[in-house]
Design a protein around this ligand. Structure first.
Ligand code: HEC
Length: 288
């Protein structure tokens, strides 16, 4: 009996230790400013116009170095995304040259793109990409908004036993906040005493602060021309492309939220019916 209790104590201590160790904030956490996003929260949905602008920024600025392998032309027209008109997307696809094959003679051939094709790719493999970019690898951006996060202090219910500690955790829109911070975080002159390595650029949001990617918005405000009257500023470019990449990383966000609400409604109605049924049954049995 004693040994069991002792072991339990050890287990509990080990468990607590594990929780504390895991929850300890990273030594050199980078402060990322929280932004407000239209797709945040229970009712949040993507802003179509913003996603369309983000796609424009992506194609005009990022697509010369980065790929979006998981996105197909048809996704650009589908519900819950930028919802470009289907005929415009079909024309866009048709303008692309896609390698297909082999044909009856065993040869590969080029044909106009179709809605079912992925967006154009740039590199045959990672090695090729690195050899073009001085050894650095511009990662595929499809899931980037999910692969990165920002740190936030956990709400009290996540750490009820450790109320006095600040525990850093990720959050739903952390990826978008990080992308926005990264794209607006370039500084021409690094802080005093910091030496930027050859071929690197100083960035306030990037872990370690030295990134191989040059500032994609080095052209400053006006680098991209928006057709819908949105102000052409680096701030807006960064925000719009971060929103667009949040959609590529989670194209079913809207559908998921809608289904969530339907399930809650269903549960509320079912609870009401069960309660009414229970009252009827007991009124007959007990005569109350
Ligand atoms: C000139 C080529 C080039 C352009 C243009 C470019 N990038 Fe990059 N990007 C890179 C390279 C190279 C890296 C790898 C950096 C490293 O590992 O230090 C990178 C890395 C990244 C990362 C990963 C950062 C991380 O946390 O690991 C993100 C996100 C990113 N780029 C987004 C973008 C977006 C969005 C655009 C368009 C607005 C863009 N890039 C335009 C070359 C480019």
């Amino acid at each position: 009996m004693v040994t069991i209790r002792k072991n339990f104590g050890v287990l509990l201590a080990a468990g607590l230790l594990a929780v504390t160790a895991q929850a300890a904030p990273a030594a050199e956490a980078v402060q990322i400013e929280r932004q407000s996003w239209p797709f945040a929260g229970f009712f949040g949905t993507f802003d179509r116009a913003q996603l369309q602008r983000g796609y424009q920024v992506y194609t005009e600025v990022c697509a010369s170095c980065h790929e979006l392998k998981r996105i197909h032309y048809r996704n650009l027209a589908q519900e819950g995304g930028p919802e470009f008109p289907a005929d415009a997307v079909a024309a866009l696809a048709a303008a692309a040259e896609v390698q297909d094959g082999p044909n009856d003679e065993g040869k590969m051939f080029k044909r106009p793109g179709r809605l079912s094709d992925p967006l154009p790719t740039l590199y045959a493999n990672e090695q090729e990409a690195r050899s073009i970019h001085n050894g650095a690898y511009p990662p595929d951006l499809s899931l980037m908004a999910r692969a990165r996060n920002a740190e936030n202090v956990a709400p009290w219910f996540i750490h009820p036993f450790l109320m006095l500690r600040d525990i850093a955790v990720g959050y739903q829109e952390g990826g978008a906040d990080y992308l926005h911070a990264l794209l607006t975080g370039y500084e021409e002159t690094p802080p005093e005493g910091v030496e930027v390595m050859e071929g690197m650029n100083y960035n306030t949001a990037f872990p370690g602060h030295q990134i191989a990617m040059v500032n994609p918005f080095g052209g400053g405000d006006g680098q991209v021309t928006y057709a819908d009257g949105t102000r052409p500023t680096v701030e807006n470019y960064a925000r719009d492309v971060a929103a667009f990449l949040s959609w590529t990383a989670d194209p079913r966000l809207e559908e998921r939220k809608r289904i969530g609400w339907m399930v809650i409604l269903y549960l509320v109605i079912t609870a009401g019916l069960l309660y009414a049924g229970k009252k009827r049954l007991w009124s007959r049995l007990g005569g109350h």
